[in-house]
Design a protein around this ligand. Structure first.
Ligand SMILES: NC(=O)c1ccc[n+]([C@@H]2O[C@H](COP(=O)([O-])OP(=O)(O)OC[C@H]3O[C@@H](n4cnc5c(N)ncnc54)[C@H](O)[C@@H]3O)[C@@H](O)[C@H]2O)c1
Ligand SMILES: [Zn+2]
Length: 337
């Protein structure tokens, strides 16, 4: 949206990763109170439709066009404003608010429950990671790092994290993953060599359609194809990196219409499986919160900055360039007012 790669209209209020203190409660809300600290997994959902009842809250059937799902401040995901503002309205608040303990403890960790942590965890669910398995995560942004962290929580034996941004690869190393710099040679080859095998059991795409090759050129299918190469025959892939049905800034006409050249022949021949889609963040947020409270997970290791809203324009520009020191920025609308 920031880069003009969607049809987002000027004036849209961004901010789909929100947490805060409840200021006021509407008449239809029964379980939340003024003063509660809450985090809001990014999918706005009703809680009562078929998909919500099945835990597929990213595909709520009533808050937007059927199946499209809702989110705060997100183009194509309904009329809900985002949280990069002093106040935020939360529809179906009983369902959409995940309660947090009072006080300020774990503030940065809990902020990650709005998106990156449950999305990373969702990737491990889509890939079906089980204890002892080997895992390759493409992308060491907040989502990829959270996927690596979640794979470890699930007992993966070895986790490789692929990127080219050295600061991000260092964060991966800090949590016990093995960094793979894709500018130093074919990442699938590097991983197979490290394993002395035909590939990892499970692969995760935490990059999406804005994937680049080592030289920097954008090639939207490159990570999907590298994963098909990296995962062993009969393994599985979890794709949470974003792919869109239309992309005005795409490098080719096909890609502009969401059509990519995927090595489907190899995918079939190897008997691979792939899960995709927006993450059902609300499905996991309560359990992941409890892992944070119990001291078993500390996702705030990705947070690099805490800034007032007034500094958001500068922070956006720097994050967009993947500058060092901008792995994850927390904006505090009330800070410095
Ligand atoms: N499915 C969902 O619900 C969901 C939720 C949140 C984010 N996302 C998507 O997940 C993706 C990652 O999000 P993020 O916040 O971590 O983004 P990010 O842009 O910070 O991270 C992406 C990383 O991928 C790296 N990269 C680029 N090309 C690569 C390649 N060929 N191989 C390996 N790494 C490569 C970049 O250097 C960058 O560090 C985005 O597409 C985002 O839109 C999806
Ligand atoms: Zn619903």
């Amino acid at each position: 949206m920031y880069e003009g790669r969607t049809d987002a209209e000027s004036g849209i209020i961004f901010g789909h990763e929100n947490m805060g203190i409840i200021e006021k409660v509407g008449q239809g809300v029964t379980t939340r109170r003024e003063g509660d600290r809450v985090v809001l997994p990014f999918n706005v959902a009703c809680g009562y439709c078929d998909n919500c009842r099945a835990g597929k809250t990213a595909f709520c059937l009533t808050v937007n066009a059927p199946g499209a799902g809702g989110a705060y401040g997100y183009v194509g995901m309904g009329p809900y404003s985002g949280g990069q503002a002093e106040y935020l309205r939360v529809p179906f608040a009983d369902f959409n608010c995940v309660p947090l303990p009072p006080g300020e403890q774990h503030e940065d960790d809990f902020a990650l429950l709005a998106d990156s942590f449950p999305t990373g965890y969702h990737a491990t669910e889509l890939a079906g990671i089980r204890p002892g398995q080997t895992v390759a995560v493409y992308g060491a942004g907040p989502v990829g790092l959270m996927a690596a962290c979640s794979a470890m929580l699930k007992g993966a034996s070895r986790v490789f994290v692929v990127d080219k941004v050295s600061e991000r690869l260092k964060l991966a190393e800090r949590i016990g993953a093995e960094p793979i710099d894709f500018t130093r040679g074919d990442p699938a080859g590097q991983i197979k060599e490290a394993l002395s095998s035909a590939g990892v059991d499970r692969g995760i795409d935490a990059v999406g359609y804005q994937a680049t090759v080592a030289e920097g050129e954008e090639q939207p299918a490159v990570v999907l194809n590298q994963l098909i190469d990296t995962v062993r025959p009969t393994g599985a892939m979890g794709t949470v990196g974003l792919y869109l049905p239309s992309d005005p800034g795409a490098p080719s006409q096909d890609a502009a219409n969401g059509r990519l050249l995927i090595n489907i022949g190899t995918f079939f021949e190897k008997g691979l499986r792939m899960g995709t889609g927006q993450a059902d963040a609300k499905r996991y947020a309560h359990q992941l919160r409890d892992l944070i409270i119990a001291g078993r997970a500390e996702p705030s290791f990705v947070v690099s900055q805490r800034l007032p809203l007034s500094q958001a324009p500068d922070a956006y520009a720097r994050f967009d360039k993947r500058e060092a020191g901008y792995s994850k920025v927390l904006l505090r609308p009330a800070l410095g007012r």
